[in-house]
Write a protein that binds this ligand. Structure first.
Ligand code: NDP
Ligand code: GDR
Length: 355
């Protein structure tokens, strides 16, 4: 019998990669999708349309993390062996504008799911993966961050996710549910949402290369993140649920890079070197050299500026993770480094942004 998996958030970046990963392993995959006014399945349309032959084992169901009945009904109907709880209002900056909704979907949503497993007496059958985050560390008290580093979230998103983290630990300890947290650091890909930093940069630089955009406006260039590839990180999620006992794991590359560093690598992909001048909102990046002429651009042109509207009320300055535990207990290793991540994203956006 094929294992049955439920993925909440299947229409998101990680959901799409995880669905493909599990289908390739022979799972029957069910996805919780919410009703929105435009189609939201672009990332999984290849699977839905069964272009690779994997789609026959994929089933989508309408529901919402804020609606207990849809969650209980679905889990009761499909009786999953594994649940991957990826659904969330996942944008840190937006969470400052929608704090109550974020707490409901990201925090209470996790409770609803765990409570459904308990109510349906599926504690012994169903394993639960919770999409926890490096945003739990927030104001960093120790570097690099490990499973034992204290948490200090700095956004409504981080605070909602800390509830989800602890309710997952609590249902494991109280009811014996195989429930584990993956504390994942930033992971990106060509499927990354367009308003996250990396994708905003790779799309803008690709548009510039095609003569469709003149400047890129960003927020805090000093923030430091540990960026990996989503493909590597969904493999870690699966390994966490195959482990012989439920536990919590940091998943990260261990390599820090600033927003400025990421911008430099993306421009270098199209043959442009940058020189940064000024500081804070007055900082700009100018073209210092060009490998080949690019129509509409000359050495000395300002191509990156900073605008306060992209600053967050409270920022997470620097995150870098130590994934030693996952490496030794799960045998997990990332295949992508920052350069190959940038190359993958730039190659995809150069194609998709072609006029
Ligand atoms: P995305 O924003 O790309 O995807 C989020 C998914 O959740 C989408 O499918 C979205 O649906 C769905 N969703 C949002 N709100 C609800 C709701 N109320 N009910 C049902 N579904 C909902 O996120 P990622 O794929 O990048 O991340 C996956 C998970 O991992 C998230 O929980 C995120 O917080 C967490 N995480 C992500 C990291 C990263 O760097 N990517 C790092 C650490 C944790 P729709 O398509 O309709 O919007
Ligand atoms: P983050 O990702 O907040 O780390 O959360 P994001 O890509 O949004 O920001 C990364 C850093 O870049 C700075 N920044 C900008 N960010 C955006 N979005 N837009 C800009 O113009 C910009 N300029 C500078 C930010 O201030 C920040 O420091 C992501 C999400 O996927 C979460 O769901 C996940 O939990 C964490 O990663 C780990």
């Amino acid at each position: 019998m094929n294992k049955v998996a439920l993925i909440t958030g299947i229409t998101g970046q990680d959901g799409a990669y995880l669905a493909e990963f599990l289908l390739e392993k022979g799972y029957q995959v069910h996805g919780l999708r919410r009703r929105v006014s435009l189609f939201n399945t672009a990332r999984i349309d290849d699977l839905i349309e069964d272009r690779s032959g994997l789609g026959k084992n994929l089933f989508l169901h309408y529901g919402d993390m804020t609606d207990s009945t849809s969650i209980i009904g679905l889990i009761n109907k499909i009786k999953p062996d594994e649940i991957y709880n990826l659904a969330a209002m996942s944008h840190v900056h937006v969470s400052f504008d929608t704090p109550e909704y974020t707490a409901n979907a990201d925090g209470l949503g996790t409770l609803r799911l765990l409570e459904a497993v308990k109510l349906l007496n599926m504690e012994d059958k169903t394993r639960v993966y919770q999409a926890s985050t490096s945003e739990l560390y927030g104001k960093v008290l120790e570097t690099p961050q490990t499973e034992t580093t204290p948490f200090y979230p700095r956004s409504p998103y981080g605070v909602a996710k800390i509830y989800a983290y602890w309710i997952t630990v609590n249902y494991r300890e109280a009811y014996g549910i195989f429930a584990s947290n993956g504390i994942l650091f930033n992971h990106e890909s060509p499927l990354r949402g367009e308003i996250f930093l990396t994708r905003k940069v790779t799309r803008a630089v690709s548009k510039m290369a095609h003569g469709l955009q003149k400047t890129l406006v960003l927020g805090n260039l000093n923030a430091i993140r540990d960026w990996g590839h989503a493909k590597d990180y969904v493999d870690a999620m699966w390994r966490i649920l195959q482990h012989n006992e439920p536990d919590d794991f940091v998943i990260a590359t261990g390599v820090p890079a600033s927003v400025r560093d990421f911008v430099v690598l993306a421009f270098r992909y199209i043959g442009i070197e940058l020189a940064f001048e000024g500081a804070g909102v007055d900082e700009v990046a100018k073209i210092s050299s060009m490998e080949h002429p690019l129509q509409g651009f000359a050495v000395g042109d300002v191509v990156v500026t900073v605008d306060k509207r992209y600053y967050r009320p409270t920022e997470v300055d620097a995150l870098v993770g130590d994934a030693s535990k996952a490496k030794s207990l799960l045998g997990w290793e990332p295949k992508y480094d920052l350069q190959s991540l940038v190359n993958d994203m730039m190659a995809a956006d150069m194609e998709s942004e072609k006029p």
